[in-house]
Design a protein around this ligand. Structure first.
Ligand code: NAD
Length: 488
């Protein structure tokens, strides 16, 4: 299946470019080329920004009820096209189809929550004294820019577009050049529900497109999800041009296993956390930190359960582990495994040459991999790898494991596995991370709670995604002081 040359969607029109460079996109399950994605030329990025600027003049004054009605229509269309949307993610990102369906479900839930924007956008008013009132009102910001990573096309669309436009802004959205298909379908939906032209504009490509957005004085805020190094470019570029920015970035999440953990529960959660979406989640558990009393048991059970993980094509229902996004990503996994071995770790389970179905021989696969006896000074314990490669580490006790967890440069998420209220309480109080859990493999927050980390996992404005936080990011607040004397 080849989807041809993809188009941008600018000012309510599908736009193809004769003068653009195109990048080839491959299905990571098979290595087959599936489409070509443009690097939107700078003048067309500027056209998208101008369209959004023009549309903002009217859209900001569209009544709240009407704006939210579009979100209800969007939500209904997402439900109707659920399977088609999930399949698009299973093709270009090769997220396993069950996971892709779950992601689209989550995007629907986020959109449903965004339908409550009228309540979340209320300001407040109070009497300062007898004849003076103070009030805080929320207003839209203007044109916003958004940049998506490859690994969550539906989730990130949900974080940014419904909230941005529901709050009265217009948006220029850049899909990931590695997984662009989902957003093509979303723009078809906006066309179907007759969203006014210019309110949502889609551009594609990579670095030069981002630069054109950062350089634009018209864009007032940049919302970004992706790796930490690129996030730094976005935060710094935004600051230089006076934009607010929200940067949800990389991660390295730890699952601590205490001596009293329910081992069956841990193993079930570990498999999902480490190998779900091929370890390419910002909430993936990529380190297992076991206390020494149970280290050997944890290691043995991890190896046994990981060997049972079925690997293959992301669209085959009975598979659990699909490919990673690219050959570069396979190479990165291999690089970190080799380096860890040189640094003194052991390979408890080697996923470097997995057995694959014939049709997937040219895909980008890494099997479940467990690198054991990893110590805090090794690169594999520190850097984000973003693949199905887990580091197993031994600590004397929960205190030491927690200290390691808190020393990470990243702070997106992590969990403790324990049946002890004391350990759980300690972890909830002391873990320095944005999203934490007890006996939960992927403690990603629900659509109405703030989603985001801390330290190198979240920077810029420090405002998180979803719910009230999203409304805070996509609005500005104005404090007013009002007095009337009454006529003399
Ligand atoms: P990435 O940083 O490579 O790309 C993100 C976006 O930036 C893309 O749209 C890409 O086109 C653009 N980009 C890439 N290189 C650029 C450059 N040099 N200059 C300007 N723009 C550039 O990230 P990715 O590989 O697509 O996504 C995976 C990363 O995203 C991981 O680090 C993961 O942890 C992170 N992530 C974080 C969260 C979170 O909530 N914190 C959620 C999902 C993904």
């Amino acid at each position: 299946m080849h989807f041809g040359k993809l188009k941008d969607y600018i000012n309510g029109q599908w736009v193809s470019h004769t003068d653009a460079e195109y990048l080839k996109v491959y299905n990571p399950s098979t290595g087959e080329e599936i489409c070509e994605v443009p690097i939107t030329p700078t003048n067309q990025v500027e056209a998208a920004i101008s369209a959004a600027e023009e549309a903002f003049k009217t859209w900001k004054n569209v009544s709240m009820e009407k704006r939210v009605k579009y979100l209800f229509d969007l939500r209904d269309a997402l439900v109707q096209r659920h399977e088609e949307l999930a399949q698009s993610i299973a093709i270009d990102q090769a997220k396993h189809i069950s996971d892709a369906r779950a992601e689209v479900n989550r995007a629907i839930q986020i959109t449903e929550t965004a339908c409550g924007i009228p309540l979340m956008m209320t300001g407040n008013k109070f009497a300062i004294n007898e004849d003076v009132d103070g009030e805080v009102i929320r207003e839209s910001i203007g044109v916003v820019g958004a940049l998506a990573p490859f690994n969550f096309p539906a989730l990130v669309f949900g974080w940014f577009i419904p909230y941005a436009i529901g709050c009265g802004n217009t948006i220029v959205y850049k899909a990931s050049e590695q997984s662009p298909l989902f957003m093509q379908k979303i723009m078809e939906i906006f066309e179907e529900i007759k969203l006014p032209k210019g309110v949502v504009n889609l551009v594609n490509g990579t670095k030069p497109v981002v630069e054109a957005m950062l350089n634009s004085p018209i864009i007032k805020a940049m919302a970004f999800v992706g790796s930490t190094p690129v996030g730094r470019i976005v935060a710094e570029g935004s600051a230089q041009t006076g934009k607010r920015s929200q940067v949800l970035a990389g991660a390295k999440n730890t699952l601590i296993v205490a001596e009293d953990a329910n081992m069956d529960g841990f193993i079930q959660n570990y498999i999902n956390s480490a190998y779900g979406a091929a370890g390419q989640r910002c909430m993936a558990g990529s380190i297992v930190a076991a206390v020494e009393d149970v280290y050997d048991e944890v290691k043995e059970r991890m190896i046994k359960a990981s060997k049972e993980v079925k690997i293959g094509d992301a669209r085959d229902e009975d598979v659990f582990l699909g490919p990673v996004i690219s050959q570069k990503s396979v190479d990165r996994c291999h690089y970190y495994i080799d380096l860890a071995l040189k640094e003194g770790a052991n390979l408890a389970l080697d996923g470097r040459n997995p057995t694959l179905p014939e049709k997937n021989k040219n895909g980008y696969f890494v099997g479940p991999t467990i690198v054991s006896e990893v110590t805090p000074d090794m690169k594999i314990a520190v850097d984000e790898i973003f693949g199905p490669v887990v580091s197993l580490m031994k600590f004397k006790n929960v205190d030491e494991a927690l200290e390691f967890f808190n020393n990470s440069d990243f702070g997106n998420g992590g969990s403790i596995f324990t049946e002890s209220g004391l350990y759980a309480h300690k972890f909830l109080r002391e873990a320095n991370s944005g999203m934490i859990g007890v006996n939960v493999g992927v403690p990603a927050s629900m659509p109405y709670l703030p989603f985001g980390g801390t330290r190198s996992s979240l920077f810029g404005s420090q405002i998180k995604a979803q719910g009230q936080d999203a409304v805070d990011f996509f609005t500005k607040r104005k404090a007013c002081t009002v007095r009337f004397y009454g006529k003399n």
